[in-house]
Design a protein around this ligand. Structure first.
Ligand code: NAD
Length: 356
């Protein structure tokens, strides 16, 4: 298959600002149809490309237009339902993150994709971003050694209220934001042995600490939440050769090594090297949007597998479920304490009395 016929679904901010511009830079792609539940949003696609059929109903689009793949950026419940429908019609599907609300839903999607043999993908663009690709390269060099620890600080200031019709701010935050950070811990860590977490929840303002042990002996610690003044992202990889790589704000990389030998500088101790994306790197390549889509379409053409497919996200959702369970127990404890206080410290109130 040379030209992949693509249908876009959900012509909101993410499609207009990132996915459609990235698709326009991707060779051998033909955007044949576009769909949004709000008809005038679908029409916005004509600003960029004229020869596109427009729809306000996904089932009709799939019936009327021959498509190889969908690229979907809607709320998660629509991702889940549209991916299910697309797979039942034999159409490959890429959905933005999050693909669904729960681990159980992800397992159903994974089972459908396994049975259909279609290529699936989730928009985990952090792992395709240029600086993360560079970290992956550094990590693959033999002298880097074994990854011993991954430290991730993902500071955010939203959401502080539930999104997408969910009743939990914690789950909304994990699915909307921390999913990228947990996914990076999985990417650099490997198979999970154990996850521990602590949640502070001050009226939707969250501090979330997650500690993960991996089967290969590595560990990861994630500090995240919405109790921060603004978005910042820091990451460190530490190896058993005492090498430390630091990534600041998904841009600048500093490599710290105890010893370093170069032809120009000779043998040096306490060496630091710097890397940053080139000034001419296109924004969509740098942020990973273009590379993830390119790689998804390559998998369709070659009959291969896209690395961030539904199955690949399962360990990330297992961590999300663990954190939510811990956070919900905390919320129930806080509610019980408050009720006991109101009732004059009656000691025998249980979580089940609150329907938790
Ligand atoms: P948005 O609200 O601006 O757009 C969503 C669009 O989907 C709307 O136009 C809505 O009418 C349409 N829609 C909803 N249900 C539909 C259905 N069943 N059929 C057809 N159209 C439907 O939202 P957004 O900011 O564009 O975000 C969309 C998704 O992209 C979210 O899941 C978000 O988490 C994700 N996103 C990812 C990143 C990233 O870094 N990877 C960044 C931003 C947003």
């Amino acid at each position: 298959m040379s030209n992949v016929r693509v249908g876009l679904v959900g012509i909101g901010a993410q499609t207009q600002e990132n996915l459609l511009p990235s698709l326009l830079q991707t060779p051998d792609i033909h955007v044949a149809a576009a769909c949004d539940g709000v008809a005038e949003r679908a029409r916005l696609v004509h600003r960029h490309i004229k020869d596109v059929e427009l729809y306000d109903d996904i089932a009709k689009m799939l019936t009327d237009t021959k498509l190889d793949a969908l690229v979907v950026a809607c709320p998660p419940q629509a991702h889940r339902d549209i991916a299910t429908l697309a797979m039942s019609r034999g159409v490959h599907v890429f959905v933005e993150k999050p693909p669904c609300f729960t681990l159980e839903e992800l397992l159903s999607l994974t089972e459908l994709s396994r049975k259909s043999g279609l290529v699936t993908g989730v928009g985990m663009n952090f792992r395709f971003a240029r600086p993360i690709q560079h970290l992956r390269l550094i990590r693959s060099e033999p002298h880097f050694g074994r990854t011993a620890h991954i430290q991730l600080n993902h500071y955010a200031n939203k959401p502080r209220a539930p999104m997408w019709g969910l009743d939990s701010t914690l789950r909304s935050f994990l699915l909307a934001q921390a999913i990228h950070t947990i996914d990076l811990a999985m990417l650099f860590g490997g198979d999970v042995k154990e996850t521990r977490s602590e949640v502070q929840n001050d009226n939707g303002s969250l501090i979330v600490e997650i500690n993960i042990s991996f089967k290969n002996g590595a560990t990861a610690s994630i500090l995240t939440g919405t109790m921060f003044p603004y978005f910042e992202f820091e990451m460190k990889l530490i190896s058993d050769t005492s090498t430390m790589v630091r990534l600041d704000n998904l841009s600048d990389i500093t490599l710290h090594e105890p010893d370093h030998v170069t032809r120009a500088g000779g043998n040096d101790k306490r060496w630091r090297g710097y890397w940053r994306p080139g000034p001419l790197d296109s924004g969509y390549v740098r942020s990973g949007y273009q590379s993830e889509l390119q790689s998804f379409f390559d998998a369709i053409r070659t009959g291969g597998k896209f690395e961030a497919d539904f199955a690949n996200l399962i360990p990330t959702y297992e961590v999300i479920e663990q954190v939510c369970e811990k956070g919900d127990r905390l919320a129930a404890d806080v509610a019980i304490d408050a009720l006991n206080l109101l009732q004059g410290h009656k000691p025998d109130l249980q979580a089940s009395d609150l329907g938790q």
